[in-house]
Design a protein around this ligand. Structure first.
Ligand SMILES: [Zn+2]
Length: 285
């Protein structure tokens, strides 16, 4: 049997036993859409470390550097398209298998693939939030604001990163960080940077979904970040089986009932195909 077929057969077997899943997704799911992962298979940083919440809020030069890089990195995220992994998870939701997707990605590709029940654990990059009045504006407005001001993305090296950042080390000389159009306050992407906190209500919603599901499936994440890893711990502590689909090692490997070391898109596509073409078994009498 082809390896992907073997993996999808094992995942289907898991789903037969635990038919209602909460799925936690990470950067590996969006890698096939051209948005790279932060870490390699060994969990090492592939780029310079990302900006922290503290640096963004506390340092004007850090903000200018962030917006310089974001100016170059955002179009790649904006223009990315869902790949087979996103489409398969949306099909699995329609088939009644996926109760909720909790994603650590900020690219909104699950929603664009058709998933309806999604929690953006780390926020969304297509919006910008005012730190003073909480007002929201679209990220694309910021891009237009820079363009009107005559500030344009620097040419290469501008490899996109998962948070829409890019590998540029020096801020553009003429770039001023954008301000809130309503109150002139400081704005930042509506995302949780490293060092920032996921809102407590969001965490509670995720845990409530795990409570009513049969199992937790993690896809495309090495779970190095606590904000995602906590749900694996929560599943373990509440007696919910954990399945992992990720090519490399992950922090939750020791607590997993099922570990599939594979790229997610082909495995999920085969599972979704099976679920949508094979009639469900009749309920036991
Ligand atoms: Zn404001």
């Amino acid at each position: 049997m082809h390896t992907d077929d073997a993996h999808s057969a094992r995942l289907l077997d898991f789903i037969a036993r635990y038919p209602r899943l909460v799925v936690l997704t990470g950067a590996g799911v969006s890698a096939g859409s051209g948005i790279p992962t932060y870490r390699d298979r060994e969990g090492n940083w592939q780029h310079s470390a990302p900006i922290t919440h503290q640096a963004f809020v506390g340092s004007d030069s850090a903000r200018r550097r962030y917006w310089t890089r974001s100016l170059a990195g955002w179009p790649a995220v904006r223009d990315a398209r869902p790949n087979g992994a996103h489409l398969a998870l949306a099909a699995m939701e329609r088939a009644g298998v996926v109760e909720l997707v909790i994603t650590q990605n900020v690219d909104r590709l699950h929603q664009r693939a058709g998933s309806r029940k999604v929690i953006d654990l780390h926020g969304r990059l297509d919006r910008v939030r005012c730190l003073d009045c909480e007002g929201l504006q679209s990220r694309e407005d910021i891009q237009r604001h820079f363009a009107h001001g005559g500030v344009h993305p620097q040419p290469a090296p501008a490899a996109p990163r998962p948070d829409g950042d890019a590998d540029i080390t020096e801020p553009a000389a003429d770039l001023q960080p954008p301000r809130c159009p309503a109150c002139r306050g400081m704005v930042m992407p509506d995302v949780v940077f490293f060092g920032g906190a996921v809102p407590r209500d969001t965490v509670a919603c995720c845990k409530a979904a795990i409570d009513t599901a049969d199992a937790l499936l993690v896809v495309g994440s090495s779970l190095q970040v606590y904000s995602g890893f906590r749900f694996c711990r929560y599943a373990r502590d509440t007696g919910k089986p954990l399945a992992l689909l990720n090519p490399g090692a992950s922090r939750a490997d020791p607590m997993a009932a099922l570990k599939l070391a594979a790229n997610c898109a082909p495995v999920l596509a085969a599972v979704a195909n099976h679920l949508t073409t094979t009639p469900a078994a009749p309920p036991p009498r």
